[in-house]
Design a protein around this ligand. Structure first.
Ligand code: APR
Length: 390
Protein backbone atom coordinates (compact mmCIF):
# COMPACT_ATOMS: atom_id res chain seq x y z
CA UNK A 1 0.00 0.00 0.00
CA UNK A 2 1.41 3.40 -0.93
CA UNK A 3 0.24 6.53 0.86
CA UNK A 4 1.09 9.88 -0.69
CA UNK A 5 1.63 12.70 1.81
CA UNK A 6 2.43 12.80 5.53
CA UNK A 7 -0.22 15.29 6.58
CA UNK A 8 -3.07 14.39 8.95
CA UNK A 9 -4.86 12.34 6.27
CA UNK A 10 -1.85 10.28 5.18
CA UNK A 11 -0.57 9.61 8.67
CA UNK A 12 -3.96 8.44 9.94
CA UNK A 13 -4.39 6.09 6.97
CA UNK A 14 -0.82 4.84 7.53
CA UNK A 15 -1.29 4.26 11.25
CA UNK A 16 -4.60 2.44 10.90
CA UNK A 17 -3.28 0.10 8.22
CA UNK A 18 0.08 -0.56 9.81
CA UNK A 19 -1.61 -1.36 13.13
CA UNK A 20 -3.67 -4.01 11.35
CA UNK A 21 -0.71 -5.62 9.71
CA UNK A 22 -0.96 -4.03 6.27
CA UNK A 23 2.42 -2.90 5.10
CA UNK A 24 2.48 0.63 3.88
CA UNK A 25 4.98 3.22 2.85
CA UNK A 26 4.29 6.95 3.09
CA UNK A 27 5.98 9.12 0.47
CA UNK A 28 6.37 12.76 1.49
CA UNK A 29 7.74 15.59 -0.61
CA UNK A 30 8.85 17.76 2.32
CA UNK A 31 11.53 17.05 4.92
CA UNK A 32 10.61 15.69 8.33
CA UNK A 33 11.34 18.94 10.16
CA UNK A 34 9.11 20.88 7.79
CA UNK A 35 6.24 18.43 8.16
CA UNK A 36 6.45 18.64 11.94
CA UNK A 37 6.63 22.43 12.00
CA UNK A 38 3.67 23.32 9.75
CA UNK A 39 1.21 25.31 11.87
CA UNK A 40 -2.20 24.93 10.27
CA UNK A 41 -5.41 23.66 11.80
CA UNK A 42 -5.87 23.28 15.52
CA UNK A 43 -9.55 22.73 16.29
CA UNK A 44 -10.37 19.06 16.60
CA UNK A 45 -14.02 18.07 16.53
CA UNK A 46 -15.39 15.64 19.11
CA UNK A 47 -15.72 12.95 16.44
CA UNK A 48 -12.08 13.41 15.42
CA UNK A 49 -11.01 12.88 19.01
CA UNK A 50 -13.19 9.76 19.19
CA UNK A 51 -11.56 8.36 16.04
CA UNK A 52 -8.05 9.06 17.33
CA UNK A 53 -8.99 7.54 20.70
CA UNK A 54 -10.45 4.43 19.06
CA UNK A 55 -7.09 3.74 17.46
CA UNK A 56 -4.87 4.71 20.38
CA UNK A 57 -3.68 7.92 18.70
CA UNK A 58 -4.92 10.34 21.33
CA UNK A 59 -2.24 10.26 24.01
CA UNK A 60 -0.71 13.65 23.21
CA UNK A 61 -3.97 15.46 22.73
CA UNK A 62 -5.34 14.03 25.98
CA UNK A 63 -2.29 15.38 27.80
CA UNK A 64 -1.81 18.70 26.05
CA UNK A 65 -5.08 19.48 24.23
CA UNK A 66 -7.47 21.98 25.77
CA UNK A 67 -11.24 21.80 25.60
CA UNK A 68 -12.96 24.68 23.87
CA UNK A 69 -16.67 25.34 23.74
CA UNK A 70 -17.45 29.04 23.45
CA UNK A 71 -17.52 31.51 20.62
CA UNK A 72 -18.19 35.19 20.73
CA UNK A 73 -19.73 37.22 17.91
CA UNK A 74 -19.18 40.95 17.70
CA UNK A 75 -20.90 43.38 15.36
CA UNK A 76 -22.26 46.92 15.23
CA UNK A 77 -25.27 45.54 17.12
CA UNK A 78 -23.19 44.48 20.14
CA UNK A 79 -21.69 41.16 21.15
CA UNK A 80 -22.98 37.82 22.34
CA UNK A 81 -21.51 34.48 23.31
CA UNK A 82 -22.59 31.00 22.39
CA UNK A 83 -21.56 28.29 24.78
CA UNK A 84 -21.89 25.68 22.09
CA UNK A 85 -20.61 22.94 24.41
CA UNK A 86 -23.97 23.19 26.17
CA UNK A 87 -26.04 23.32 22.96
CA UNK A 88 -26.91 20.86 20.19
CA UNK A 89 -25.25 17.52 20.93
CA UNK A 90 -23.24 19.02 23.79
CA UNK A 91 -19.93 18.49 22.00
CA UNK A 92 -16.82 20.63 22.28
CA UNK A 93 -13.61 21.15 20.36
CA UNK A 94 -10.16 20.11 21.52
CA UNK A 95 -7.55 22.71 20.66
CA UNK A 96 -4.39 20.87 19.70
CA UNK A 97 -1.96 22.40 17.23
CA UNK A 98 -1.68 20.42 14.02
CA UNK A 99 2.10 20.18 14.18
CA UNK A 100 1.78 18.35 17.51
CA UNK A 101 -0.84 15.99 16.15
CA UNK A 102 1.30 15.30 13.08
CA UNK A 103 4.36 14.67 15.30
CA UNK A 104 2.36 12.22 17.46
CA UNK A 105 1.02 10.38 14.41
CA UNK A 106 4.45 10.17 12.85
CA UNK A 107 6.12 8.86 16.01
CA UNK A 108 3.42 6.24 16.39
CA UNK A 109 3.60 5.15 12.75
CA UNK A 110 7.37 4.76 12.87
CA UNK A 111 7.04 2.95 16.20
CA UNK A 112 4.76 0.40 14.52
CA UNK A 113 7.44 -0.26 11.93
CA UNK A 114 5.94 2.00 9.26
CA UNK A 115 8.17 3.58 6.67
CA UNK A 116 8.13 7.24 5.64
CA UNK A 117 10.35 8.44 2.81
CA UNK A 118 10.83 12.18 3.27
CA UNK A 119 12.08 14.46 0.52
CA UNK A 120 10.44 12.23 -2.07
CA UNK A 121 7.98 13.75 -4.49
CA UNK A 122 5.42 11.68 -6.32
CA UNK A 123 5.17 12.84 -9.90
CA UNK A 124 2.74 10.30 -11.34
CA UNK A 125 0.46 7.81 -9.68
CA UNK A 126 -1.11 5.69 -12.38
CA UNK A 127 0.47 3.86 -15.25
CA UNK A 128 -0.63 5.82 -18.29
CA UNK A 129 -1.23 2.66 -20.35
CA UNK A 130 -2.78 0.22 -17.88
CA UNK A 131 -4.32 2.67 -15.38
CA UNK A 132 -2.84 0.48 -12.60
CA UNK A 133 -1.16 2.09 -9.59
CA UNK A 134 2.45 2.74 -10.35
CA UNK A 135 3.85 5.62 -8.39
CA UNK A 136 6.76 7.40 -9.99
CA UNK A 137 8.75 9.46 -7.51
CA UNK A 138 11.68 11.82 -7.61
CA UNK A 139 13.91 11.74 -4.57
CA UNK A 140 15.91 14.66 -3.13
CA UNK A 141 18.69 14.05 -5.68
CA UNK A 142 16.23 14.08 -8.54
CA UNK A 143 16.56 10.34 -9.15
CA UNK A 144 13.36 8.72 -10.43
CA UNK A 145 12.01 5.53 -8.81
CA UNK A 146 8.87 3.49 -9.13
CA UNK A 147 6.60 1.97 -6.50
CA UNK A 148 3.99 -0.64 -7.35
CA UNK A 149 1.11 -1.20 -4.97
CA UNK A 150 -2.31 -2.76 -4.90
CA UNK A 151 -3.85 0.51 -3.77
CA UNK A 152 -2.74 4.12 -3.46
CA UNK A 153 -4.14 6.59 -0.93
CA UNK A 154 -3.80 10.09 -2.39
CA UNK A 155 -3.37 12.20 0.74
CA UNK A 156 -1.05 14.75 -0.85
CA UNK A 157 -3.23 17.83 -0.68
CA UNK A 158 -4.83 20.03 -3.26
CA UNK A 159 -1.72 20.46 -5.42
CA UNK A 160 -0.52 16.89 -5.10
CA UNK A 161 0.25 14.23 -7.66
CA UNK A 162 -2.94 12.25 -6.98
CA UNK A 163 -5.17 15.01 -8.32
CA UNK A 164 -2.84 15.74 -11.20
CA UNK A 165 -2.70 12.10 -12.26
CA UNK A 166 -6.42 11.67 -12.76
CA UNK A 167 -7.13 11.17 -16.46
CA UNK A 168 -9.09 14.05 -17.96
CA UNK A 169 -12.80 13.41 -17.72
CA UNK A 170 -12.52 10.64 -15.11
CA UNK A 171 -13.42 12.88 -12.18
CA UNK A 172 -15.45 16.07 -12.02
CA UNK A 173 -14.24 19.06 -10.02
CA UNK A 174 -16.88 21.31 -8.50
CA UNK A 175 -15.37 24.65 -7.56
CA UNK A 176 -16.50 27.82 -5.80
CA UNK A 177 -14.52 31.00 -5.23
CA UNK A 178 -16.12 32.81 -2.30
CA UNK A 179 -14.72 36.18 -3.40
CA UNK A 180 -13.24 36.68 0.06
CA UNK A 181 -9.58 36.83 1.14
CA UNK A 182 -8.03 36.65 4.59
CA UNK A 183 -4.70 37.77 5.90
CA UNK A 184 -3.99 34.89 8.29
CA UNK A 185 -1.63 35.70 11.14
CA UNK A 186 0.10 33.80 13.88
CA UNK A 187 0.99 36.14 16.73
CA UNK A 188 3.38 35.53 19.58
CA UNK A 189 0.83 36.74 22.05
CA UNK A 190 -1.51 35.16 24.58
CA UNK A 191 -5.16 34.90 23.52
CA UNK A 192 -7.18 38.08 24.03
CA UNK A 193 -10.46 36.29 24.63
CA UNK A 194 -11.32 33.01 26.31
CA UNK A 195 -13.37 32.16 23.21
CA UNK A 196 -13.14 32.02 19.45
CA UNK A 197 -13.96 35.56 18.35
CA UNK A 198 -15.82 36.45 15.15
CA UNK A 199 -16.20 40.14 14.34
CA UNK A 200 -18.50 41.34 11.56
CA UNK A 201 -17.47 44.88 10.66
CA UNK A 202 -18.13 47.21 7.75
CA UNK A 203 -14.37 47.16 7.05
CA UNK A 204 -14.51 43.36 6.84
CA UNK A 205 -14.32 40.28 9.01
CA UNK A 206 -11.79 39.76 11.81
CA UNK A 207 -11.30 36.52 13.72
CA UNK A 208 -9.48 35.42 16.84
CA UNK A 209 -8.53 31.82 17.68
CA UNK A 210 -6.47 30.71 20.63
CA UNK A 211 -3.72 28.20 19.85
CA UNK A 212 -1.64 27.98 23.03
CA UNK A 213 -1.12 30.24 26.04
CA UNK A 214 1.63 32.03 24.07
CA UNK A 215 0.40 31.91 20.49
CA UNK A 216 -2.83 33.19 18.94
CA UNK A 217 -4.21 33.06 15.43
CA UNK A 218 -5.91 36.08 13.92
CA UNK A 219 -7.60 36.58 10.59
CA UNK A 220 -8.36 39.90 8.91
CA UNK A 221 -10.37 40.08 5.73
CA UNK A 222 -8.43 41.93 3.05
CA UNK A 223 -8.90 42.91 -0.55
CA UNK A 224 -8.17 40.19 -3.08
CA UNK A 225 -4.57 40.48 -4.27
CA UNK A 226 -3.21 42.14 -1.12
CA UNK A 227 0.41 40.98 -0.64
CA UNK A 228 0.93 39.23 2.72
CA UNK A 229 3.51 41.80 3.78
CA UNK A 230 1.50 44.84 2.70
CA UNK A 231 0.47 45.93 6.18
CA UNK A 232 2.95 46.90 8.89
CA UNK A 233 2.59 45.12 12.25
CA UNK A 234 1.19 48.36 13.66
CA UNK A 235 -1.46 48.53 10.93
CA UNK A 236 -2.40 44.87 11.48
CA UNK A 237 -3.03 45.42 15.19
CA UNK A 238 -4.90 48.68 14.60
CA UNK A 239 -7.13 47.03 12.03
CA UNK A 240 -7.78 44.05 14.31
CA UNK A 241 -8.62 46.29 17.27
CA UNK A 242 -10.90 48.43 15.18
CA UNK A 243 -12.83 45.50 13.74
CA UNK A 244 -13.02 43.72 17.07
CA UNK A 245 -14.31 46.87 18.79
CA UNK A 246 -11.41 46.93 21.23
CA UNK A 247 -12.55 50.38 22.41
CA UNK A 248 -15.73 48.78 23.76
CA UNK A 249 -14.61 45.30 24.69
CA UNK A 250 -10.97 45.73 25.68
CA UNK A 251 -7.60 45.85 23.87
CA UNK A 252 -5.98 42.83 22.26
CA UNK A 253 -2.77 41.31 23.61
CA UNK A 254 -0.28 42.36 20.98
CA UNK A 255 2.87 40.49 20.04
CA UNK A 256 5.30 39.78 17.25
CA UNK A 257 3.76 38.32 14.12
CA UNK A 258 5.38 34.96 13.57
CA UNK A 259 3.65 34.08 10.32
CA UNK A 260 1.44 35.78 7.80
CA UNK A 261 -0.19 34.51 4.65
CA UNK A 262 -3.03 35.59 2.41
CA UNK A 263 -5.66 32.95 1.75
CA UNK A 264 -8.32 33.28 -0.93
CA UNK A 265 -11.37 31.47 0.38
CA UNK A 266 -12.18 28.78 -2.14
CA UNK A 267 -13.87 25.43 -2.01
CA UNK A 268 -13.83 22.47 -4.29
CA UNK A 269 -14.94 18.87 -4.33
CA UNK A 270 -13.79 16.09 -6.62
CA UNK A 271 -16.33 13.50 -7.60
CA UNK A 272 -16.00 10.53 -7.38
CA UNK A 273 -13.17 10.15 -4.86
CA UNK A 274 -11.99 6.91 -6.38
CA UNK A 275 -10.36 6.20 -9.68
CA UNK A 276 -9.61 2.50 -9.97
CA UNK A 277 -7.08 1.75 -7.25
CA UNK A 278 -6.47 5.36 -6.34
CA UNK A 279 -8.45 6.91 -3.48
CA UNK A 280 -8.51 10.62 -2.69
CA UNK A 281 -8.46 11.64 0.97
CA UNK A 282 -8.35 14.99 2.83
CA UNK A 283 -7.46 18.10 0.86
CA UNK A 284 -6.81 15.97 -2.22
CA UNK A 285 -10.50 14.99 -2.13
CA UNK A 286 -12.00 18.35 -1.29
CA UNK A 287 -10.95 21.75 -0.18
CA UNK A 288 -13.22 23.24 2.45
CA UNK A 289 -12.66 26.94 3.08
CA UNK A 290 -11.11 27.44 6.53
CA UNK A 291 -14.04 29.46 7.89
CA UNK A 292 -15.36 26.59 10.00
CA UNK A 293 -12.13 24.63 10.61
CA UNK A 294 -13.40 21.46 8.92
CA UNK A 295 -10.36 20.47 6.81
CA UNK A 296 -8.36 18.39 9.27
CA UNK A 297 -11.50 16.90 10.82
CA UNK A 298 -12.82 15.69 7.49
CA UNK A 299 -9.38 14.35 6.62
CA UNK A 300 -9.29 12.18 9.76
CA UNK A 301 -12.84 10.93 9.19
CA UNK A 302 -12.18 10.00 5.55
CA UNK A 303 -8.88 8.37 6.54
CA UNK A 304 -10.70 6.08 8.96
CA UNK A 305 -13.42 5.23 6.44
CA UNK A 306 -10.78 4.35 3.85
CA UNK A 307 -8.55 2.38 6.21
CA UNK A 308 -11.50 0.28 7.46
CA UNK A 309 -12.57 -0.41 3.89
CA UNK A 310 -9.03 -1.37 2.86
CA UNK A 311 -8.74 -3.78 5.79
CA UNK A 312 -12.08 -5.37 4.84
CA UNK A 313 -10.85 -5.79 1.30
CA UNK A 314 -7.26 -6.86 1.88
CA UNK A 315 -7.83 -9.03 4.96
CA UNK A 316 -11.40 -10.31 4.53
CA UNK A 317 -11.82 -10.07 0.76
CA UNK A 318 -14.86 -7.84 1.14
CA UNK A 319 -14.76 -4.88 -1.24
CA UNK A 320 -18.13 -3.30 -0.38
CA UNK A 321 -16.51 -0.65 1.81
CA UNK A 322 -14.19 0.43 -0.97
CA UNK A 323 -17.10 0.59 -3.40
CA UNK A 324 -18.99 2.84 -0.98
CA UNK A 325 -16.00 5.01 0.00
CA UNK A 326 -16.69 7.88 -2.36
CA UNK A 327 -20.42 8.13 -1.68
CA UNK A 328 -19.96 7.97 2.08
CA UNK A 329 -17.25 10.62 2.18
CA UNK A 330 -19.00 12.94 -0.24
CA UNK A 331 -22.04 13.06 2.04
CA UNK A 332 -19.83 14.32 4.89
CA UNK A 333 -17.91 16.68 2.62
CA UNK A 334 -21.01 18.38 1.23
CA UNK A 335 -22.44 18.95 4.70
CA UNK A 336 -19.16 20.55 5.76
CA UNK A 337 -19.16 22.64 2.57
CA UNK A 338 -22.69 23.81 3.22
CA UNK A 339 -21.92 24.92 6.77
CA UNK A 340 -18.64 26.62 5.79
CA UNK A 341 -20.49 28.45 3.04
CA UNK A 342 -23.12 29.59 5.55
CA UNK A 343 -20.37 30.83 7.91
CA UNK A 344 -18.68 32.76 5.13
CA UNK A 345 -21.93 34.46 4.17
CA UNK A 346 -22.65 35.23 7.83
CA UNK A 347 -19.30 36.87 8.48
CA UNK A 348 -18.14 38.58 5.28
CA UNK A 349 -19.07 40.97 2.60
CA UNK A 350 -17.35 39.47 -0.48
CA UNK A 351 -14.99 41.92 -2.16
CA UNK A 352 -16.26 40.77 -5.54
CA UNK A 353 -19.80 41.70 -4.50
CA UNK A 354 -22.79 39.45 -4.00
CA UNK A 355 -25.02 38.13 -6.70
CA UNK A 356 -28.22 40.14 -6.85
CA UNK A 357 -29.34 42.94 -4.53
CA UNK A 358 -27.55 45.92 -3.07
CA UNK A 359 -24.69 45.67 -0.56
CA UNK A 360 -26.94 47.28 2.07
CA UNK A 361 -29.54 44.55 1.55
CA UNK A 362 -26.95 41.84 2.10
CA UNK A 363 -25.55 43.66 5.15
CA UNK A 364 -29.02 43.72 6.65
CA UNK A 365 -29.43 39.99 5.94
CA UNK A 366 -26.19 39.37 7.82
CA UNK A 367 -27.40 41.36 10.80
CA UNK A 368 -30.70 39.49 10.78
CA UNK A 369 -28.85 36.15 10.68
CA UNK A 370 -26.70 37.16 13.64
CA UNK A 371 -29.83 38.30 15.45
CA UNK A 372 -31.46 34.88 14.91
CA UNK A 373 -28.36 33.21 16.22
CA UNK A 374 -28.39 35.47 19.28
CA UNK A 375 -32.04 34.93 20.12
CA UNK A 376 -33.26 31.59 18.79
CA UNK A 377 -32.45 28.49 20.84
CA UNK A 378 -33.20 26.15 17.94
CA UNK A 379 -30.87 28.14 15.67
CA UNK A 380 -28.19 27.90 18.34
CA UNK A 381 -28.64 24.13 18.64
CA UNK A 382 -28.34 23.80 14.88
CA UNK A 383 -25.21 25.98 14.89
CA UNK A 384 -23.60 23.98 17.69
CA UNK A 385 -24.25 20.68 15.92
CA UNK A 386 -22.84 21.88 12.63
CA UNK A 387 -19.95 23.80 14.14
CA UNK A 388 -18.45 20.91 16.11
CA UNK A 389 -19.70 18.08 13.93
CA UNK A 390 -18.23 16.48 10.86
N1 APR B 1 4.46 13.82 -3.33
C1 APR B 1 4.58 13.56 -1.99
N2 APR B 1 4.05 14.32 -1.02
C2 APR B 1 3.37 15.43 -1.41
C3 APR B 1 3.19 15.77 -2.77
C4 APR B 1 3.77 14.92 -3.75
N3 APR B 1 3.64 15.17 -5.05
N4 APR B 1 2.47 16.90 -2.83
C5 APR B 1 2.20 17.25 -1.56
N5 APR B 1 2.73 16.37 -0.69
C6 APR B 1 2.66 16.38 0.77
C7 APR B 1 2.76 17.74 1.41
O1 APR B 1 4.10 18.12 1.60
C8 APR B 1 2.01 17.53 2.71
O2 APR B 1 2.86 17.10 3.76
O3 APR B 1 1.35 15.92 1.12
C9 APR B 1 1.02 16.41 2.40
C10 APR B 1 -0.42 16.90 2.38
O4 APR B 1 -0.78 17.30 3.68
P1 APR B 1 -1.90 18.39 3.97
O5 APR B 1 -1.77 19.51 3.00
O6 APR B 1 -1.85 18.69 5.42
O7 APR B 1 -3.24 17.63 3.54
P2 APR B 1 -4.17 16.67 4.38
O8 APR B 1 -3.41 15.63 5.12
O9 APR B 1 -5.24 16.25 3.45
O10 APR B 1 -4.73 17.68 5.47
C11 APR B 1 -6.06 17.92 5.68
O11 APR B 1 -5.38 19.28 7.59
O12 APR B 1 -3.51 20.51 7.16
C12 APR B 1 -4.80 20.57 7.62
O13 APR B 1 -6.55 22.04 7.45
C13 APR B 1 -5.54 21.44 6.72
O14 APR B 1 -7.36 20.93 5.30
C14 APR B 1 -6.11 20.48 5.72
C15 APR B 1 -6.26 19.19 6.48
Amino acid sequence: MVVLGAGPAGLVVGNLLQARGIDCVVLERAGRAQVQARARAGFLAANTVRILERHGLDEGLRLRGRGHSTCEFRSADGRFRLDYGGLGRGERHTVYPQQELVSDLLARFLGLGGRVDFGVEAVAVLDADTGQPSVTVRDADGRPRRWHARYVAGCDGRHGAARRSLPVGSVRRHHLDHGVSWLGLLAEAPPSLDAVGYAVHERGFAGHMARTSEVTRYYVQCERGTPAGAWSEERVWEELELRMWADKYGPLHRGRLLQRAVVDLESDVLEPLRHGSLFLVGDAAALVSPSAAKGANLAVLEAEILADALVDDLVHGDSKGLDAYSTRCLAHIWRAQEFSHWMIRLLHRPSSGEAGGSAAFHDSLRRARLSSLRTSRSQQDWFAEQYVGV
